[in-house]
Design a protein around this ligand. Structure first.
Ligand code: GDP
Ligand code: IMO
Ligand code: MG
Length: 504
């Protein structure tokens, strides 16, 4: 992996983000870069993320760690690498303590883990509001992870939020908490009390301990729990913005993205997005830096397919509405698919079962929510859009998942098939062709993909270690994507493990 060391030495600050709707392998690459970086920083999102790291232990056994809030450089803590949860993140202290406990159980250290004192605090009311809103939204629901991410960012922008540092100042914490709850209590009184109580009883909200039948919130219970969390985390809470800023140019820094450009609140498929800007600009800011500090931005592209978790438009989804309904029905899982679709093949003529087969081949099931990830062909219209924000350098991951496909389809443009739509000064009419994304859900939901087909490579990629040795069919596809979008592939990933990485 000397190539990774060279990249870090040359560029000093490297960002790894995702050019799609998340789950592209950020964990794998954050872990790979962490070996040579001095500092690894998460700058956006919270425990809505699920980043997987795979490695072989001394006995050659495959091990896996899924991080949610912890940066994926945590395995290198014992080598003195600093892992930082930056100021742009939203932190649920209980979830973080849970992750730290899991590390301890695995015999892993976290001596150099630090949390930004100004990271935003997720409180029980955020989780409650997130879940209430979702369960009251019917078909149009976003399908959030239910972790309180959106409501915590809303409070930040509403200037009523709390930060990690407040946990260290009990009087200020209590005052701000009470102020924050005033509005919430008023709003919550308009909801069905049965539903409110029911959500409070969920395990993720500590099974009802924050519920008070008369006042909705048991404020004392929140105070007691959160101040205890503060005591537990106090040695980790510090001014990380200043630490990271001072390290620029001196130390090698890896910025670990969460979610993906298409889920960005500012540049994604709004409103079916998360609540932070998950592009490199948002990531740099949330790590305490300026975008100009980033020497190299690497955007990951799962290729040549794409997945999405939750609701929202997805023009290339295999099986369309049927797939969306199935994946979001609340009970489908890896197990139900293994049981019901064990005969599905990646070459099935029926798109729905082809999608299920690719999902099973790629193990595309949420690391955070266990939901099946909706699966579709690679969409170059959306990729062109994402590259505007992440820049041309990309990492292609999971190419091995399509090893058995006879034919690979790539979406190069859309045909608009909706009602007349006024888009600024122009009008979109049914039948018109779109090749630059209009990233509005109202438009995307009426877009039909136009595909170009390629022959598959039909072979295993195991053991291939140079770009030139990849099958010519696969290289042809990568060249086509590059030509069509302007991307510059730097790395190709052919499996979850560290060694399954090819530098272009
Ligand atoms: P993240 O959220 O971007 O970190 O991605 P996730 O961890 O949610 O999902 C990516 C999944 O793909 C994980 O299970 C990884 O171990 C796995 N993975 C990463 N790269 C590759 C690859 O090149 N091939 C295959 N087959 N799996 C990969
Ligand atoms: P990583 O970092 C995939 C999606 C949710 C939902 C929307 C809003 O593992 O790639 P939120 O709880 O954030 O308010 O949910 O965003 N989402 C993700 N999808 N990967 C993620 O993270 C995601 N984090 C949020 O499914 O559609
Ligand atoms: Mg993930």
């Amino acid at each position: 992996m000397e190539e990774i060391r060279s990249l870090l030495e040359l560029h000093k600050v490297v960002a790894v983000t995702c050019n799609q709707w998340g789950d592209t392998g950020k964990g794998k690459f954050a872990d790979l870069f962490a070996e040579f970086a001095d500092i690894i920083v998460r700058g956006t999102g919270g425990d809505n993320a699920g980043h997987t790291i795979c490695w072989k232990d001394e006995l050659g056994e495959t091990k896996e760690l899924v991080t949610h809030l912890l940066p994926s450089g945590i395995l290198y803590d014992s080598f003195g690498k600093h892992n930082i949860i930056g100021s742009g993140t939203v932190v649920n202290p209980r979830a973080l303590i849970g992750e730290i406990e899991s590390l301890k159980k695995m015999g892993l250290s976290y001596d150099y883990l630090r949390i930004a004192l100004n990271a935003k605090l997720i409180l029980p009311q955020h989780i409650l509001v997130d879940r209430l809103k979702e369960s009251s939204s019917g078909a149009g629901k976003i399908g959030t992870t239910g972790k309180g991410i959106g409501p915590a960012y809303v409070d930040h922008y509403n200037r009523t939020g709390l930060i990690m540092n407040h946990l260290l100042n009990p009087d200020i914490f209590v005052k701000k908490l009470r102020e924050n709850l005033l509005d919430k209590t008023r709003l919550l009184k308009t909801y069905d009390p049965w539903l409110v109580e029911n959500i409070f009883q969920q395990e993720y909200l500590e099974s009802g301990i924050y519920y008070n039948a008369k006042n909705i919130f048991d404020v004392d219970a929140i105070i007691e729990k959160y101040l205890a969390y503060g005591k537990e985390l106090k040695d980790l809470i510090t001014d990380t913005d200043s630490f990271v800023r001072q390290a620029v140019g001196r130390l090698m820094i890896l910025l670990e993205g969460a979610q993906g450009a298409l889920l960005s609140i500012d540049h994604g498929t709004y409103p079916y997005v998360t609540a932070s800007d998950c592009t490199v600009a948002g990531l740099a800011k949330g790590a305490g830096l300026n975008p100009e500090d980033v020497g190299l931005s690497l955007g990951i592209v799962k290729a040549p397919y794409i997945t999405r978790v939750g609701g929202g438009p997805f023009p290339t989804e295999m099986g369309g509405d049927e797939s969306e309904k199935w994946c979001n029905n609340g009970w489908s899982s890896r197990e139900t698919e293994d049981e019901n679709f064990f005969q599905a093949s990646v070459n099935d003529a029926g798109e729905f079962s082809q999608g299920v087969a690719i999902r099973r081949a790629g193990n595309e099931y949420g690391k955070t929510t266990k939901r099946p990830r909706r699966t579709g062909w690679l969409d170059l219209v959306l990729l062109r859009h994402a590259l505007i924000y992440s820049g041309p350098d990309t990492i292609l991951t999971k190419v091995d998942v399509l090893n058995d496909c006879e034919t690979i389809k790539i979406c190069t443009a859309y045909k608009y098939v909706g009602p007349d739509y006024q888009y600024g000064s122009s009008i979109l009419k049914t039948g018109c062709k779109i090749d630059e994304a209009i990233i509005l859900s109202d438009v995307l939901e009426h877009c039909q993909p136009i595909y170009q087909e390629f022959p598959g490579w039909k072979q295993s990629l195991k053991g291939i270690s140079t770009f030139g040795s990849l099958p010519s069919e696969l290289r042809q596809i990568i060249d086509f994507i590059s030509l069509e979008t302007g991307m510059n592939p730097r790395i190709v990933s052919t499996g979850p493990e560290r060694s399954e990485t090819i530098f272009v």
